[in-house]
Design a protein around this ligand. Structure first.
Ligand code: GBH
Length: 480
């Protein structure tokens, strides 16, 4: 038997970390920022754990220079951040706010000076509240306004931005926001969720085209999807396999279809026929959504297991898609998501690196010419600060290091199998506002003390920095 050797990643492979505006910035009333749906939602009692809001978060709006130093010290090659639309255009239409543009412009310059590649996301869920008041993503106008916002920002940040990611996880925006209601704006209407999904597809196309119109065809346009890896409980059961097909349609292909093939999958339209005739899709919309992508961003966290409920027996397991009773997988109320075997992260999500390999392999088989990038992968654990006798502090987070190690190894395995993966971003650089879970869940590789705003790189950050420096991943020991 040969001794296991470290895994080598290609020289051009981009190592980074990611954040999102509402989760880290705070300063919600500063420099003309308008309110977003997450300000409204988080201030609505009962929506976010402990009543937490993003009012202060990591105070990144003021502490960004220090955070760029941190990025540099860890040796990150790329930083993925999002722009808060309500800082650029407080009401989502009409006047633009130059002070908001200036903030991201300074951040971008500072990253470039530090030798860090800026990867920008135009929408990571903080919709201007004024647009929600007009129907939000259920309103076609929101997609048109998004195109104008993208055009404006492309003109201001220009070719300093390496990759323009239009949307982060439109599935969450549509189905958690308008379907199960666990995210802002908290609506629970199946039809609204499907309309939102369509208008997000359209918004992606309009924004991608706007960026290319301003910066040229060579501008790198991307989108980030949270693609669901769902397996049939019984692979021999045609009913279970059909349940998985339906989840795949309304979970993945509802975006992959328009964005990559220029059309909605026929089975999705058939599956949802009792909810809508899709008459909100206008001629040319899906062609617009199919804007050429330089790379597809993939966020991966865990896997799911589905079974077709027979309608008679007791339901086998609680849905593992959040607290809400309404399923975000519109039209699949007769599908049960079964509790997955552990281990689990602090989110209760199962740890399953094989899903990463499976996902990347299957996407790259379906779209062989499409480069992929892991734009998010990471884990929440309840880590703590340890103070040594000399007063120095450390945050030992072996579970997170192990999670990252095994998932990066799984990315390598997919590359061995032929997947064209160009980079990997840890979610997240900093502990931050974890949406409906507020500050109770920590995804950072850097610890944030919410009393002092002090940042302490966790052991996982040191481990990741070493990986980036050497470009060599130590072999994964079974069971580690
Ligand atoms: C991402 O969303 C977001 O982009 C980011 O802002 C966020 O902070 C981060 O991940 C961590 O949550 O209930 O077991 O079926 C995550 C999207 C969608 C991933 C739902 C887990 C279901 C897990 N999530 N998915 S389960």
């Amino acid at each position: 038997m040969t001794a296991p050797t470290p895994r080598r990643f290609p020289d051009g492979f981009l190592w980074g970390s990611a954040t999102a505006s509402y989760q880290i910035e705070g300063a919600v009333d500063e420099d003309g920022r308008g309110p977003s749906i997450w300000d409204t939602f988080s201030r609505t009692p009962g929506k976010v754990l402990n009543g937490d809001t993003g009012d202060v978060a990591d105070d990144h709006y003021h502490r960004w220079p220090q955070d760029v130093v941190l990025i540099q010290e860890l040796g990150l090659q790329a930083y993925r951040f999002s722009v808060a639309w309500p800082r650029i255009q407080p009401t989502g239409s009409g006047a633009f706010e130059q002070r908001g543009v200036d903030f991201y412009s300074r951040l971008t310059d500072s990253l470039l000076e530090a030798g860090v590649t800026p990867v920008v996301t135009l929408y990571h869920w903080d919709l201007p509240q004024a647009l929600e008041d007009e129907g939000g993503w259920t309103n076609r106008e929101t997609a048109l306004r998004f195109g104008e916002y993208a055009e404006h920002l492309a003109g201001r940040l220009g070719d300093r931005i390496d990759t323009w990611t239009t949307l982060n996880e439109p599935w969450c925006a549509a189905f958690l926001g308008y379907g199960s209601g666990v995210h802002a704006p908290g609506r629970t209407e199946p039809l609204a969720a499907l309309q939102a999904a369509h208008h997000l597809n359209l918004a992606h196309g309009l924004a991608g085209r706007a960026v290319k119109a301003v910066l040229g065809e060579q501008a790198k346009v991307s989108v980030t999807l949270n693609l669901h890896v769902t397996r049939p409980d019984d692979p021999e059961s045609a009913a279970d396999r059909n349940a998985v097909r339906r989840v795949d349609a309304v979970g993945n292909r509802i975006f992959l279809g328009p964005m990559l093939d220029g059309e909605y999958p026929a089975d999705l339209l058939a599956d949802t026929a009792s909810i809508t005739d899709w008459s909100f899709v206008q001629d040319g919309d899906t062609a617009t959504a199919q804007v050429p992508l330089s790379v597809l961003g993939v966020n991966y966290y865990n896997t799911a297991r589905a079974t077709q409920w027979d309608g008679v027996s007791e339901r086998q397991g609680a849905s593992n898609h959040g607290e809400s009773t309404a399923t975000p997988f519109i039209g699949t109320d007769d599908v049960d998501f079964l509790t997955q075997p552990g281990p689990y992260t602090a989110m209760g999500w199962n740890i399953d690196p094989s899903g990463m390999t499976e996902l990347l392999t299957s996407v790259s088989r379906t779209y062989p010419d499409l480069p992929l990038m892991i734009t998010e992968n990471g884990a929440a654990f309840d880590d703590e600060v340890v103070t040594a006798e000399d007063g120095s502090t450390r945050v030992p987070d072996p579970d997170r290091t192990s999670y990252l190690h095994r998932h990066i190894d799984a990315v390598g395995a997919a590359m061995d199998a032929g997947a064209d993966v160009r980079g990997y971003f840890v979610w997240s650089l900093l502990d931050n506002f974890e949406w409906a879970f507020g500050y109770e869940r920590r995804f950072g590789i850097v610890r944030v003390d919410y009393d002092t705003q002090e940042r302490t790189p966790k052991d996982s950050a040191r481990w990741y920095a070493e990986l980036i420096r050497t470009r060599q991943l130590p072999p994964v020991t079974p069971g580690a």
